[in-house]
Design a protein around this ligand. Sequence first.
Ligand code: SF4
Length: 668
Amino acid sequence: MRYAETGFNLEIDLTRGNIERVETDPRDTELYLGGLGTNAKILWDRVPPEVEPFSPENLLIFSAGLLCGTPATGCNRTIVSTISPQTELMAFSMMGGFWAPELKYAGYDKVILRGKSPDLVYLWINNDKVEIRDASHLHGKGATETAKLIRQELKEPKAQVAAIGLAGENRVYFASIEQGRSSASRQGIGAVMGDKGVKAVVVRGTRDINIARPAEFLGLCNEVLEYIKVRNQNPIPGVMTILQGLGSPQEMATHDEKWHTENFMWGNSRVRRRDFWTDEVKRAWTQAMESMRTRLISCYNCPMKCAATISPPGQPTYMMKCFSKLTYTMAAMSDLEFGLKIAQHATEYGVDGFSTPQVMAFALELYENGILTDKDFPEMPSDSEGRFYWLLDRIVRREGIGDVLANGTYWAAKEIGNGAEAYAHNNIKKHEQLPLKLSMLNPVYFLMYATGEKINITQIEGQFPQAPYPKREDREAFVKDWFQVPDEKFKQYFLDWEPRGENSNPYYPTVQMSCDIVDWQEKMHYIDDALGMCAGLSSFPLKPPYHIHNYPQFISSGAGIDMDEDKLSQAAKRYRTLVRAINIRRGMRRKDDKPPENHWKKRFPELEEALLDTYYKFKGWNSEGIPTKASLHDLDLDYVSEDFIQRGILTDGDDAPSQEISAEKVQK
Ligand code: SF4
């Protein structure tokens, strides 16, 4: 018997219209867990690096995490993986909501799409009944509207619908897949869905999931729920409001936006407005939020209520969570009311709320600087808000300059030329980032930004605080109940971290400490993404309910896999390395491991090199960031090194680990 997982994937060949229910190998679950882990294995095996993002041979995989559908609180993530048109690397974007548990209840762990449908279709998965249905009547419909129409058509109000809008149909590189109260937005996975001719994947399931040791598993779930209550009653002092609690940053509940508006950049990540947050602004923004926010809402089986329904006057209601509340507002130099209104259009069109405003601000910056001219913007309104609406419409329709911008700032700048590349300055691995700019380099975040392959703000945040506490007694209070640490040394790292002086950024945490911290933070993200756990209850906030000490018990009692901390860490390292291997095989190298160009005002090239060298060595990668033959062998990934050697990516000469550059070499 299979536990936690169903043991079956749905394989759908869109070119031929063929549907198969395929039993999976339980040994793969032991080695790669599920979700992101097994997605990576499938992409490695079946999508060679020659395959382009918009090739029929590219796969689009919708996966429920290993523990989705079990009673584990907050375990509801769908992990969507493919080759990204934006980065040309492996994309793995997550969505919360309700879709993944529903897929499990229908009897499947993954839906794997290959080929291309000649006509627009949607997939209807209802337990054993799986159909490819005509979607020609849904051409051009909004993502939320599509979900509503499909539910009516199927007479299934409880069906969960993952749909694309016009942006996905038109293969906009930052198109999202929207799903009720969540979305998988990063890396253009909606464009791949549109390219495959799939408007929506619709699921309804009514089956049960087996749990290996139900009483033990439920006991663990109750402990988590109890802990969430305690944490909610005890916000962490000394950090900004949205970091005090659990969940996805509580942007929908919070009105105080002083920190974001004064520390994040406005426009195309250029302008800092230090005194922006006045009483008047606070009143107006509170009023805008309270008049349009109709309800706080949660994902499946979670008490946290991170999202909200937003009803702008005269516009349909939509769902919003997290930081998209401010991205349009700040890119357009406008107010919150504008941000909440344009986000409704953007959600229906199905675009990434982080990239899209940056792309539009980039276009206007090129215009202001004469690189683009009036000819490129025929009949564009003169006010900033009107321009944003105008640009959004053209981008999702790929009309005129919108066709160029629809490929994101990196590719658009290349096509526009004439110096435009200098304005695409806020990318990691060709993908737009949130416009955060800081003064002093933080070595932990340097490594997380530079080497991360998730291309998401969450990849830089984790369970270690983002900044030191000024007073030692506050640090001592913080570490007292910090039982989530994988090792006691992390408490000392934090205790000795000072805002100023010898033990401050950029040389503290030291290079070695930074490697330890990044490895811990990254490991937790990768575990969440395999189990289907919301990062908001594990890898993202401080002192979360899920951590490296209780996860093995969840996996053992839930999935029936004998698990301990070492084995779990090894599994996470295995599929993390496999994600890197997929990207290395597609050409990624050390030159690509860098943060946005001017993310920090003060940079330290020698230290940054030392950080990369030492981290690569720590991970078992050579000086180019390529996993070595020996480290691949330790992870049961010999098939990867064989492929690398065959392709000339690794040779005996290249396989040596990177030269050690010790921390001392860069000490002041
Ligand atoms: S913590 Fe928030 S984002 Fe995460 S599952 Fe719960 S409601 Fe959803």
